[in-house]
Design a binder for this molecule. Structure first.
Ligand SMILES: [Zn+2]
Ligand SMILES: [Zn+2]
Ligand SMILES: [Zn+2]
Length: 264
């Protein structure tokens, strides 16, 4: 399995608009690992290409990372940083000459059908410039091509939100609390990519670094990477930052970065 981290940033991206902090100044250079677009990953497995979330940076992310095919889109939830690039599925759909299957929680599919209603009707689709989406509501494990995809229900404010597991990979970009039953579904994974917004443990809808480490320590994957990262966390000195916060960063836990490719 080949996993490309298309975006590792929180909903604002990094740099934050008009922020003069050291991380944001460093992130003005787009080749810096501190430069973070909105969260998304692309998974290639057995010759199939799965796109997780389609945020506002989507089309630049796939172009920049030379993603050349998308067989299906899987949405974690309906927040704008995960869905607002949906209109740009027009290019993959057109080049591949196919309608685009999409999967997600019922609430997400409903909001997509409302906000992008023209993408669900063959009539508006006739004039070109519009992709046609084939919606699938996810509420339990489902089969996509030859592999099983397991939705992982998580608490993330009031929005119905899934992480997902495919084989030994778990992706949970937006989570405040993971119920025990969901942790169970992730047992035995080799790679975890999980939300760690900042050092703040009291954010209402996202994990802080210590809480994300606790989940990694519980699940014991071979490698864990943090995503959905705010400007507080600095790639250049993350180990030192953790020390300063009296946080014990395990050796196999890292910050993800845009354009990172991980093989498992
Ligand atoms: Zn900043
Ligand atoms: Zn969210
Ligand atoms: Zn988000």
């Amino acid at each position: 399995m080949r996993i490309t981290v298309l975006g590792s940033g929180t909903s604002t991206g990094v740099p934050e608009y008009k922020c003069g902090c050291s991380v944001c100044l460093d992130a003005a250079d787009v080749s810096s690992k501190n430069y973070r677009t909105r969260p998304s990953v692309h998974v290639e497995l057995d010759g199939k290409h799965l796109q997780f979330d389609v945020g506002p940076n989507f089309i630049d992310q796939v172009n920049h990372n030379r993603i050349e095919w998308i067989d299906a889109v899987i949405y974690t939830h309906c927040h704008a940083d995960h869905v607002s690039g949906t209109n740009d599925l027009v290019m993959p759909s057109r080049k591949q000459q196919m309608d685009m299957p999409i999967y997600g929680p019922e609430q997400t599919i409903q909001i997509l059908e409302r906000n992008f209603n023209y993408m669900f009707s063959k009539d508006t689709f006739k004039g070109g410039g519009v992709a046609h989406l084939l919606p699938h509501v996810v509420n339990r494990n489902f089969q996509l091509h030859n592999f099983e995809i397991i939705p992982i229900p998580v608490e993330h404010g009031t929005v119905d939100t899934f992480g997902y597991r495919i084989n030994n990979f778990g992706y949970v970009p937006d989570v405040k609390h993971m119920p025990d039953s969901s942790l169970q579904l992730l047992q035995g994974i080799d790679l975890l990519i999980i939300d760690a917004l900042s050092f703040n443990p009291n954010h209402p809808t996202h994990l802080g670094v210590q809480q994300a480490i606790n989940i990694a320590n519980h699940l014991q994957p071979e490698q864990a990477y943090f995503t959905h990262i705010m400007h507080q966390l600095d790639h250049r000195c993350f180990h030192q930052q953790c020390k300063d916060q009296q946080i014990n960063l395990p050796e196999n836990v890292y910050l993800a970065y845009d354009g990172q490719v991980i093989y498992i």
